[in-house]
Design a protein around this ligand. Structure first.
Ligand code: FAD
Ligand code: DLZ
Ligand code: SF4
Length: 504
């Protein structure tokens, strides 16, 4: 096959409307998709995540072929696979006599920087699968004293027209969060998440991943993720019909017996291109307009996508490459082994890590208020925390994971993304979950060997960061409460924290 034009499609660019494909001449182009060891191992991704992406890539290659494209697909175990994008692009150019390379901008700064250094740098087209471009975000952020998601989100509502009534927000207010965030008590019904049986392509991939990456974190099977656009769409339809109506109410709830509650479990499909974020939001809005979902559910969901998802991407491209090196709280403790083994007496942390190992999934509050909160209170090195989140979740790509971890969860950016640290004692976890009932620690006990570690670590965290956080108006009440504690209680907090931290 000879083609003058090589189009590189990356593993998270699996949509037929990619800018690199639009307007390309089918007869003069060949599309390259390549499974490369470097991408699977620069962090040791969860086995399910690698299998998901390789299977989705192979299915997408078939879809492109059926649409009349010439596709050159390099499998991980193909002879001569160089293991890197750079090597595979060079080999493909030689195979096809290609003299020009086009790619849609990669989602990660690391890959963009590498591409710009290739001997034949590719033409890089913007990734327009987002509502807000990096340039538009930079213009929005320019000159603002503080960046706050809420104001950005309102602009995105105006721009997209989602849940708008003329120039006003549907329902008379922008944000219905006060109607959300109820604890679940176990008696509510939660719909099971749809599971897709592996086909022959996926079964081949599972065998490959077991052989090559069997020593990576996570359970490979049972494997049930969607691998095609049609299956991902079916997962979305299932969410709309069964889980969306209760989405807002139990958005922050956590239950031992329910891994998914009313969450959509579609982040992995949106982030690799199998679902389009605006298509998802329009479908959610249609459910509201048809009277099948309340405004609190629809608005709460749409805010996550055109608000948070776009906002963290804007921060990522505005702040990289220095963002990844931030460590505003000077946290240097190594990541405890139990983040990989799940072997800890803290029932909440154990449950979230076990579920992460099984499913490459945990929902937002499990990530933020259990594993993230613990790392924050314990002073774990945010870079190690970042690498963990990037490796273990099927939806994790640096552009979305890094700001969520470094900024929202670890406050390592000193408050650029979030106005205060998401730090909480055991009382929050007890209120929102049923984890504490099965725990070796007592969530009501404040100090001593049986006390919930979150309880004393919370105060110890405030003490350690007094200089930075006391002046934050949103933390003032907590410092006033600490100041009023008796001296022997303060001593017990310091001693319990030192003892516990030495033990991890
Ligand atoms: P739902 O709870 O059903 O929400 C619907 C959708 O909203 C998600 O699919 C996602 O597209 C979007 N969304 C919700 N919250 C966020 C957010 N904070 N940032 C961006 N998009 C959001 N999300 C990722 O997509 N990739 C990551 O690597 C990632 N890492 C995270 C790390 C930490 C420490 C934290 C606290 C959050 C992280 N999130 C990440 C955000 C969020 O936890 C996931 O998007 C969500 O849990 C995915 O599950 P779901 O599809 O069931 O989402
Ligand atoms: C995450 C990932 C993995 C595990 N493997 C591949 C791969 O073999 N080939 C590929 O094209 N993409 C892969 N990806 C996704 C890339 O890491 C992602 O496209 C870049 O980081 C840019 O966001
Ligand atoms: Fe977690 Fe503390 Fe509750 Fe145990 S008691 S589950 S450690 S919050």
């Amino acid at each position: 096959m000879t083609a003058r034009h090589l189009i590189l499609i990356l593993g998270d660019q699996l949509s037929p409307t990619m800018s690199s494909l639009r307007g390309a001449d089918k007869a003069a182009s060949v599309i390259l998709l390549c499974e490369v060891a470097e991408e699977a191992t620069y962090v040791r991704h969860h086995q399910k995540k690698i299998a998901f992406l390789f299977s989705a890539m192979r299915h997408f290659a078939e879809e492109l072929q059926q649409a009349g494209w010439s596709v050159d697909y390099v499998r991980l175990d193909d002879p001569g696979n160089s293991g890197s994008f750079r090597g595979e692009v060079a080999r493909a150019c030689a195979r096809h006599g290609a003299t020009a390379i086009t790619v849609t901008a990669p989602g990660e700064w690391r890959v963009l920087e590498e591409m710009q250094g290739w001997p034949e740098p590719p033409t890089i087209l913007p990734d327009d699968r987002f509502v807000c471009s990096a340039e538009e975000f930079a213009a929005w952020a320019h000159g603002r004293k503080a960046l706050r998601m809420e104001y950005f989100y309102r602009d995105m509502r105006r721009k997209t027209g989602l849940l708008m009534n003329g120039g006003s927000p549907e329902g008379g207010q922008w944000n219905f969060d006060h109607d959300n965030r109820k604890p679940a008590k176990g008696e509510q019904h939660f719909p099971p998440v749809p599971r897709f049986a592996p086909d022959a392509i996926t079964r081949d991939v599972l065998a490959l991943v077991a052989a090559r990456f069997g020593n990576h974190f996570g359970d490979l099977e049972p494997f049930w993720f969607a691998a095609t656009r049609a299956e991902a769409r079916a997962a979305l339809e299932h969410f709309l019909a069964h889980a969306l109506p209760g989405f807002g109410d139990f958005q922050d709830a956590m239950l031992r017996s329910e891994k998914f509650l009313n969450h959509a479990v579609i982040g992995l499909y949106i982030n690799c291109g199998l679902l389009d974020p605006l298509e998802v939001c329009r479908a959610v809005e249609a459910e509201y307009r048809a009277g099948r979902a309340g405004i609190n559910a629809a608005e709460g969901f749409i805010r996550q996508i055109i608000g948070w998802r776009e906002y963290v991407r804007g921060i990522y491209w505005r702040e990289m490459p220095s963002y990844g090196a931030n460590n505003a709280l000077e946290a240097h403790r190594p990541l405890p082994d139990f983040y990989w083994t799940g072997e800890t007496q803290m029932a909440c942390v154990r449950a979230c890590i076990k579920q992460t190992r099984e499913e490459a999934y945990a929902h937002h509050i499990q990530r933020l208020m259990v594993t993230g909160n613990f790392a924050l209170l314990a002073g774990i090195d945010p870079h190690a925390v970042h690498e963990w989140y990037l490796a273990v979740y099927a939806d994790a790509y640096e552009w979305v994971e890094l700001p969520n971890t470094m900024g929202m969860s670890q406050f390592a950016d000193g408050g650029l993304l979030a106005s205060k640290p998401y730090a909480a004692s055991g009382a929050y976890i007890d209120r929102m979950s049923d984890y504490c009932k099965g725990c070796a620690f007592d969530v009501k006990a404040k100090n001593g060997p049986k006390a919930c570690p979150f309880n004393y670590l919370y105060w110890d965290f405030l003490v350690r960061h007094d200089a930075r956080l006391r002046g934050n108006p949103r933390m003032a009440q907590m410092y006033r409460t600490y100041d009023k504690l008796a001296d022997d209680r303060k001593t017990a907090i310091a001693e319990d924290s030192a003892r516990f931290l030495a033990s991890i």
